[in-house]
Structures are given as C-alpha cells and as structure tokens.
Design a protein around this ligand. Sequence first.
Ligand code: PLP
Length: 465
Amino acid sequence: MAKTWANGLDLHLDVTGTRVRAKLEASLRAAVRSGRLHPGMRLPSSRTLAADLGVARNTVAEVYSQLVAEGWLTARTGSGTVVAPRSAVPGPDTTAARDPAPPRYDLRPGEPDLSAFPRREWLAAGRKALAAAPDHVLSYPDPRGLHVLRAVLAEYLARARGVAADAGYIVICSGFAHGLAVLCRALRASGAVSVAVEEYGHQLHRDIVAAQGLDPVLLPVSDLGAVAGAVGSADAVLLTPAHQFPLGMTLGPRRRRAFAEWGGIVIEDDYDGEFRYDRQPVGAVQALAPDNVVYAGTASKSLAPAVRIGWLVVPPRLLDAVVAQLDGGPSALDQLTLAEFIASGGYDRQIRRARLAYRRRRDRLVVALDGLGMRMTGIAAGLHAVLDLPSAEAERRVCARAEDHGLALDGLRHYTAAGIGDAGADGARRAGLVIGYGRPPEHAYTTALARLCAVLASSLPVSLP
Ligand SMILES: Cc1ncc(COP(=O)(O)O)c(C=O)c1O
C-alpha cells in the first residue's frame, strides 16, 4: 500500500504494479463508500495526485471523470473535485453483497459437485448456438420454451429415460420448483383441490403445492416407496419413483403400475434419474401412462442448480391449462446453450463422467461406514444415501457434533412432513442422516468422509444394527 499524502490528506491509495487506472478508480470508490473520504471533502488536483502517485496526469483525470459520471465525485470549474453529497452516491455496494461462503465440508443432499460443472464446454456450446441462431430466436419465445430445446429434449428423454415425449407437449420451466408451481396452478384452475405428497420429501415442494391453493395430503412411504393404495381422494399425486427423495428406494413394480392406472394426475419428479449405478436405469413411469403422468426433469443435478432449467412432459389433456399458467421461463439464450450442449453430446458426456465419479464416491462411503459396522440404504442411485440412526436424539447429537467439526450434515427430520412425530415420541418417524456424497468438490471428499466417520464413531460408540 503506497501511503499517499496530498493536500494534507491521507488517501491510502494502493496503485502499485499493473492496471494502475483500475486500481486507483477502485480505491477512490471504496474510500468514498466507506466514508473515509467524506461528502464535501476536496480532492487534490489531478496534477498533484498524479505527481504524488508517480502516474500520468491523464490517468488521474480519467479516473476523476469516471467517478464524477458515476456520481461519487462532483467537479465544478474553479472549485476542483469534491466528494459528492451522500444522497448522490449511487449503485449497490457489490463488495458487501457477496454470497455467503458455503460450509467447509458439506455432505448435505440437494446439490451436485459444482466444481465439476463443464464450464468450458458450456461456454463453447453457448458461443456456437448464439452464432448460428436466427434473429427471431432473440424475440419473445414460445411460452413453452424454444422449439430447438424441446426437440432435442424429446429425443434425449426417449433415449435416456424411456419417456414418451413429443416436443409439442414439452414445457420448459425454471427448474422443477417453478414447473411444480405452474402445474399446481393449472390443476387448481381445472378444479383440483388436493395433491398427495410423499410423507418424506422437500418441505419446499409441499409449500409450493399449498401456495397455489391446493391441499397437500401426506402419502405414506414404505420400503417399496409411496403406498399407492393410500392416495385416497386426492386429485393428483407428487412422486419420486426412480429414487424416493430422501429415503432412496425405487418404487416397486406393482406400485408403479397402480399409480399409472390410478386415473388421477401423477407428477413424476425424476430429479436424479440419470444416476443409477448397479443396474440399468429404471425407466420413467410416464411411459406406462402418458395421458395421466406429467414427467418432470431438471438440470439441477445433472449440471447445476444455477442453470435454472427444468422440463415438463405434459399429458395432452392438461397442456392448454399448463400453458395458460406459464409466467416466463428461463432465458432463451440459456435454452439455446442447453439445446446445443445436448445435441453436441456434451450433456451425455457430462452425465457419464459424473456417474462414474459419484459411483466411486458412493463406494468409498459404503466401505468407510462398513468399517464402522454401519449400513446405508438408498445407495443404488442418485447423489445421496440414508444412514438410519437409533433415535431422533442420536440424529440431533450427530448433526450437532458434525457442526463442531466443520461438517454440514442433514438429519432426516429436515425432510419429514410436520405432524410425523420423532421416533420415541410416537414412534412414527425414521431417524437418520441423509448423506449427500455428491456435493463436495473432489479434493474435499476424502476429508469430508474422514470427518463423517470420526463424528459417527465418537457420537455412536455402540455399533448400529
Ligand atoms: C426431490 C427433488 N426434486 C427436484 C429437485 C430439483 O429442483 P429444481 O429443479 O427446482 O432445482 C431437487 C433438487 O434438490 C430435489 O431434491
């Protein structure tokens, strides 16, 4: 830091090395923002400050002009350059508005390894797609989304997930959460009153159902997945058939058929269907009953939540109602990029790479917990698995100790619908951990795993059944 004295003023400006102009501009802006240079304070002339800093006078003059244009400084002939009154200070403080740092070691479910996002290929796909796109693509898009994306998705979903898909019935949305809200509004407008939701799942999704004016009714989940016979008089049901979230079982074949033949609308949340490790992927229920099942997919697990692109394959009888509820989807430019990324094979490559990496992680987790005499469930697919614990108290103890070790862990209670009591109270809820092994970057996984084992060994001295 070069201490800079000018006109008796200590400016503390750091303008050494390269990019002198940018540094001077940033230092002055920060000094005004923090109040170190207070409103009305007169700055040295550009000549004096330039001499003091050992930079060209023009550099200082340009910086002053820029900061005057932005409203940080004012300049009047005869009275020099002065720090502007506070009310004129514009713009958000971007340095203060940083996103909060994530926990150091994070084994919560819900996100893939963000460090594995294929940045280079994504950028290349975006560049190529935009260069080739006709101008009209930049206009207001079809509310269902860009045709080019819907067409490549139709082919991809048929091939990879067995979905009976036609581009005309695919609707692009801003992730599953947005798609679910749109669907619920469409169901409500068509006269629906209630939606059955799995008793273990995301509170966010239950809230979305309720926020659209529908009644979320809890559906029991057994070791074969959601209990089809318990759907009652609900108008629709929200399911995670390929890998129940968060318990991890696959919906049993009989129940798949029962839901497909049920007659009400089934919303199939296929959030991590591409990640199955030990046998062939379980195809979509939608293929059994395309007239009754809305298939929902997302790029949040296969790429990253920030992509904010999801897709619905809508039964023909529901399409108009859904389109009527669409309220804007993801940027057409992002849709173009994803379309090119899928068409060029980049999406398949990314999934193959990720599947291999997550399977290795899953295997390491299984071996590590095996060493402690612990067995997980829900390990056949996805990016998370469940470790049952003897009691809700044990779950709380493990999560608290993990926090002390800089490790973020989620207990099953985060995903249990309100109204299901803790095991031990009424014996109804399962206690355990939902371990998201997909989330840490590769270099942090070994330590995250070691901490998990240390926390479990010290919190649960007795071997689990
Ligand atoms: C069960 C489930 N469904 C869907 C999603 C994806 O939601 P979105 O596409 O809104 O990111 C997630 C992501 O965490 C999830 O866990």
